[in-house]
Write a protein that binds this ligand. Structure first.
Ligand code: FO1
Length: 302
């Protein structure tokens, strides 16, 4: 599975509940990674870690449940960098990760350790251990992803996206192997431009999916042409020319064999085989429906 943050983690949970979770490998986006207060934060990997271990703050959709903010209050009092809100519990993870990276451990190795410690059964791999960072071009200038997303609350329209470092980035150990051995490649209902594209920007990952033997199925992040949360609908409208299934398919040219869409988008042109279901994954029933649609489609394509 290729996955971004919230949509990715909900979808990962859906699939992990529907199959033997040990058979699932999640390849997570690292384009959103950011250094804050000297700490390396990997928001998408952490949203997946917290979701699959029952630690996510479900209301916010990021960070930890039962969070407190004492450290951040001190940071603000001292005029430190407090725009990117790191809670006390969350900070503990960033301290351990950053310490490990400084000692020379690779992001994939630290991530595997964190996943094991939190009791995750699926494998969680960053797309790459190399530095890859998403930048967005807007009418107000170019911004690193989190500057635009959090600090500017993604208010600026996006004219383009680039992935610094992607040209030299190698897939993290196990990523290409997982794609080659898989019997299903699934793309989560994450933002195609800033969650999935940074993963596909690693050439060897894209190539492994292009030459796949297994079926590849994406879940559209749109429900009635809108996203549940986040700017993917605005970005699709501006960068892909619309917010229908076809515009999602266009983001994954040559990479998918089918698209799961919501009932609200039924009947719209998709340019590829579609499966219609209710795609909202707000409860166990919703997760079951989406997982079933994806797994049945893959079965039918095989
Ligand atoms: N999102 C916000 O809107 N505001 C924040 O202050 C914020 C802090 C934050 C800290 C740790 C973390 O793992 C995620 C955090 N997020 C925050 C979410 C994150 O910026 C985005 O949701 C993802 O990068 C997009 O997938």
């Amino acid at each position: 599975m290729l996955a971004g943050g919230l949509g990715g983690s909900r979808f990962a949970r859906a699939i992990a509940e529907a199959i033997d979770p040990a058979e699932l490998t999640i390849v997570g986006n690292v384009g959103d990674d950011v250094e804050v207060l000297g700490l390396h934060v990997s928001p998408d990997l952490d949203t997946i870690l917290y979701t699959l271990s029952g630690r996510l703050d479900e209301a916010k959709g990021w960070g930890r449940a039962g969070e407190t903010w004492h450290a951040l209050e001190t940071v603000a009092e001292l005029d430190g960098e407090a725009w990117f809100r790191l809670g006390d519990r969350d900070l503990g993870l960033h301290l351990v990760r950053t310490d490990a990276l400084r000692r020379g451990e690779r992001l994939s190795a630290v991530t595997a350790r964190l996943a094991r410690a939190f009791g995750l059964e699926p494998a969680l791999l960053p797309a790459t251990d190399d530095r890859l960072r998403t930048w967005v071009a807007t009418p107000a200038g170019d911004f690193p992803f989190q500057e635009w997303f959090v600090r500017r609350q993604h208010r600026d329209e996006v004219d383009g996206v680039r992935f610094d470092g992607a040209g030299d980035a190698r897939p993290a150990p196990g990523v290409v192997e997982a794609i080659e051995r898989s019997d299903l490649i699934a793309i989560a209902p994450s933002n195609p431009f800033v969650s999935i594209a940074p993963i596909l920007a690693v050439a060897a990952i894209r190539e492994a999916i292009e030459r796949r033997r297994a079926p590849a199925v994406a879940v559209s992040p749109l429900i009635g042409g809108k996203t549940v949360r986040g700017p993917a609908d605005r970005m699709l409208a501006r960068l892909a020319g619309g917010t229908g299934p076809q515009h999602v398919t266009d983001c994954y040219k040559g990479l998918i064999d089918a698209l799961v869409i919501d009932e609200a988008d039924e009947g719209e042109e998709a340019g590829i085989r579609t499966i219609v279901t209710r795609t909202l994954m707000s409860d166990a029933e919703g997760r079951r429906r989406v997982a079933e649609a994806v797994l049945e489609t893959a079965g039918a394509l095989r």
